[in-house]
Design a protein around this ligand. Structure first.
Ligand SMILES: *Cc1c(COP(=O)(O)O)cnc(C)c1O
Length: 238
């Protein structure tokens, strides 16, 4: 039987190979294990295999899992990333329980997270979600909106802007996929040239299916779910 540890090693090897192929250092790409729909015991198994960064989409589910993991004996400290959409009525849970939020695409949500981040905690690490390939129905802001939003987030003391995140649609071929990934990285490079934002360091881009292309384009954080934990079962979700 293939274990979570086996799959984790295989994904790490794939990341290293893709980085090398692109002339980049394997350490330049951080692996975020997307544990949505999987139980806390699966997260523990991955943590025991050395994984530290975990991503959750559904905020309530994430908060419960974070608490369950904290209560387990002999667990190392884990870093929790909110990678799902954040509605206004969920910002407090995100501000209080997560370390990162990847899906900021409007100022109102950023302001609420800033106000609700508890003072003893370090600033919430955030990415601006950009939409470079889809219509206006898709989450994420345009490249132009991202510039304005980045300037505004930079003024919020309890948030630390780290970079951009995107979830591009699948493309018909590898060249088209790479072109979309490069557009996301280009938005990141634009933001990094703004005054005070020289230290942005994160492009959260690439999932199980488009990992290699995202790394070729310059992704610094890939979000891998099924490649580590197996196929998801949504039948229990409403
Ligand atoms: C589910 C999800 C992932 C992981 O997708 P896989 O195809 O299982 O690797 C990554 N990012 C986001 C935003 C997701 O919702």
């Amino acid at each position: 039987m293939t274990t979570i540890a086996d799959q984790l090693y295989a994904v790490r090897a794939q990341i290293a190979a893709a980085a090398q192929q692109a002339g980049r250092a394997p350490e330049a790409v951080r692996l975020l294990a997307v544990s949505k729909t999987f139980p806390a015991t699966a997260v523990r198994e991955a943590a025991q295999a050395g994984q530290r960064d975990f991503g959750e989409n559904y905020i309530q589910e994430g908060v419960e899992k974070i608490a369950a993991l904290r209560a387990m004996p002999d667990m190392p400290a884990l870093t929790w990333h909110c990678i799902g959409p954040i509605q206004s009525n969920k910002t407090r849970l995100v501000a209080e329980h997560f370390d990162w939020a990847h899906t900021i695409d409007r100022l109102k949500i950023a302001q609420r997270l800033n106000e609700q981040r508890p003072a003893p905690l370090p600033p919430l690490q955030v990415c601006i979600q950009v939409n470079v390939d889809g219509g206006s129905t898709k989450s994420g802001c345009s490249a132009r909106e991202a510039v304005e939003l980045a300037r505004q987030i930079a003024q919020l003391p309890h948030l630390q802007l780290r970079g951009v995140m995107s979830i591009p649609d699948p493309q018909p071929d590898a060249a088209a996929m790479l072109a979309v990934h490069r557009q996301v990285v280009a938005v990141f490079e634009t933001l990094r040239q703004l005054p005070g934002l020289e230290r942005l360091d994160t492009v959260s881009l690439g999932m199980t299916a488009d990992l290699d292309s995202a790394i070729a384009a310059g992704s610094t954080m890939v979000r891998v779910g099924s490649g580590i934990f197996g196929a998801r079962d949504y039948s229990h979700k409403g």
